[in-house]
Design a protein around this ligand. Structure first.
Ligand code: GLC
Length: 593
């Protein structure tokens, strides 16, 4: 059964003439009532469907924007040209990139137009951006949904443009989906899980032909390919919430009781005790941007970096009331243990590789050097050649007797942004990007991971996944969206020229290639075999990179600066480590580790 909220439709037909009641904030209390109920989805009677209709995406987009009652002026002003120009169908049914047909004179302008065209509306309010807006694609799968992780660069772009409503709406709407009851074969995901994506469905209102209603329908992985739970969604949600507060100066959203509860629910899920000996988060394969089997189950770097960033961000936002005290203690302890663990055990450079090469194994003791019993033979031949003299990186994953030596861009970049990596390590990661430019940037930034799995390894690890063939998609493909994370990281370290150069490479093709989702081959020369065109986070990633390069100060809304208490607690652990013989500093240790 679906719950129906009480906003009556005042619109006589589906496409036009929206006259909305001002329900921007008024429906909160009703939602909280629904949260604890057992409804599968919630509905709100609304006037018009403004979101991209699968069959008539562009036509419906045209009418949507002028009807919203709470969108900033900047939004409506800038939006008009979008719908005047562009995106007309070619004879063959495909669409041309508007830059080439309507005289738009910069790639950035085109990107903005496309980004606006990807906006999804719920009850007349913008709530997110569709994953891909590719009209030539007949197999839409779930690319017509708003993905939480995909929306982050869109949200940042809108924030930096001063268009805050869409981000606030996204934050509050996804919060309502957080505790939704969803099951797969009778099993429900943990409380606090954020969905991977959601869809706005517009359906005829029962018994009334002249009205429709919008339904927000979340997917927690129960419908996703491979049924993977999106561990990263909640972490990204916290990161975006903080960025919203920092950018707008409006702390009222993060201070709301329901938002505070949402933060606490995510943290409780992440900090729950399990069987694990490590402070890193234990997850299944495909729990993040790489949402298919790629051998990243266990403790993948990307999740650890987002986890660290979310913990630091949550600590800034949690209200200092008694209810949060235990959580904050647990959070502080985890932060210290996590940064120690990743900095010590995930880091490799020439020196460390040489150390691993000479590891003794089978050390049973408390002061073992080779704690995880890594057999030196695991060092892959490619890495012996690949590791530059100057530079280093965090490995992809660490398990007992297993180091995944693949280089994963997002995890490494977010380790810099979140200060999970030390300053020296952060610079070394950027050094590696420079040293391995041809491999990591090549003809289109940025390689998702390096190198690709091939042959028998590919067969076993991906399960012979035809989408993840070597140098394609998640298996060594190149993803333009990663430009924005590269930009934040290089600005944080005072080396924006790295991002500038990568943006120049992208600009040679990104618009001509219609904003493809990903590229194939070792150097990223071909548009990905199954890549969507007009992929929103390719567009938004580029926009954010440009915005930040023009205004580097703005990167602060995403950066976590390590605080001195953490640094002190960390160096205390370092000096207690038998491998290091550093003098113990006299410090106040605030955390119990
Ligand atoms: C692919 C990507 C995933 C993304 C989704 C929507 O599944 O792997 O990270 O969120 O597409 O764009």
């Amino acid at each position: 059964m679906a719950a129906t909220l009480s906003h009556t439709c005042l619109c006589p037909n589906k496409l036009n003439m929206l006259v909305l009641t001002n329900h921007g904030l008024g429906y909160r209390s009703k939602w909280s009532g629904i949260k604890s109920s057992r409804h599968k989805s919630y509905n709100m009677i609304t006037a018009c469907h403004r979101g991209p209709d699968v069959n008539d995406r562009f036509r419906s987009l045209r009418c949507k924007c002028h009807k919203i009652d709470r969108v900033t002026d900047a939004t409506s002003e800038n939006r008009d040209p979008v719908f005047k120009s562009e995106l007309s169908a070619n004879g063959n049914g495909t669409f041309s990139s508007s830059l080439h047909i309507s005289g738009i004179n910069s790639i950035e302008e085109e990107a903005w137009e496309l980004l606006r065209a990807s906006m999804v509306y719920y009850c007349g309010h913008p709530v997110g951006t569709i994953a891909a807006n590719d009209p030539s694609d007949s197999s839409i799968l779930n690319y017509d949904q708003v993905f939480i992780r995909d929306f982050i660069p869109s949200g940042i772009a809108f924030l930096l443009k001063g268009e805050y409503d869409i981000v606030r709406n996204f934050i509050l709407h996804t919060l309502q989906l957080q505790s939704w009851e969803k099951t797969m074969d009778c099993h429900s995901p943990g409380q606090g899980l954020m969905p991977a994506s959601f869809k706005v469905r517009t359906v005829p209102l029962d018994g009334d032909d002249s009205a429709t209603e919008d339904i927000l329908d979340p997917d927690f992985g129960e419908a996703a390919i491979g049924r993977v739970a999106p561990v990263d969604s909640g972490l990204w949600w916290i990161i975006l919430l903080r960025a919203y507060g920092k950018c707008t100066g409006d702390l009222s959203v993060q201070e709301r009781v329901d938002v505070q509860t949402g933060i606490r629910m995510i943290l409780k899920l992440c900090l729950a005790d399990g069987f694990d000996m490590f402070p890193t988060l234990l997850v299944t394969d495909g729990s993040c941007m790489i949402d298919r089997r790629m051998g990243i189950h266990g403790h993948p770097l990307e999740i650890q970096a987002l986890f660290y960033s979310a913990l630091l961000s949550a600590r800034e936002m949690l209200s200092r009331e008694d209810a949060s005290a235990d959580l904050i203690t647990a959070l502080n302890n985890r932060l210290v243990a996590l940064s120690f663990h990743v900095r010590e055990y995930y880091w490799i450079d020439m020196r460390k590789l040489n150390e691993i090469y000479r590891y003794k194994t089978e050390e049973y003791s408390y002061d073992a050097v080779n704690k995880f019993n890594i057999y030196p033979d695991q060092i892959p031949p490619w890495l012996v050649e690949w590791m530059p003299n100057k530079g280093g990186y965090m490995i992809g994953n660490l398990q007992p007797a297993h180091m995944d030596f693949r280089f994963f861009s997002l995890g490494n970049l977010w380790s810099i942004v979140s200060s999970l990596a030390t300053d020296d390590q952060s610079h070394a990661i950027l050094d590696l990007f420079e040293a391995k430019w041809a491999d990591l940037v090549g003809d289109m930034p940025l390689k998702i991971c390096y190198p690709a799995l091939e042959g028998q390894e590919w067969r076993i690890i991906t399960g012979s996944d035809p989408k993840n063939t070597p140098w394609s998609y998640h298996n060594g493909g190149s993803w333009p969206t990663l430009l924005w994370q590269l930009t934040v990281a290089s600005i944080k370290m005072g080396r924006p020229e790295i991002a500038e150069n990568a943006v120049k490479v992208a600009e040679r093709r990104i618009s001509k290639d219609k904003w493809a989702e990903y590229y194939d081959t070792k150097r990223g020369r071909f548009i990905g075999k199954q890549a969507r065109l007009f992929q929103t986070w390719s567009i938004a990633g580029y926009v954010v990179a440009k915005q930040l390069l023009a205004n580097p100060e703005a990167a602060k809304i995403l950066v976590n600066v390590e605080d001195t208490e953490l640094v002190n607690a960390f160096s205390c652990m370092i000096s207690a480590n038998p491998r290091r013989k550093r003098p113990r500093k006299s410090i106040n240790q605030t955390f119990i580790v």
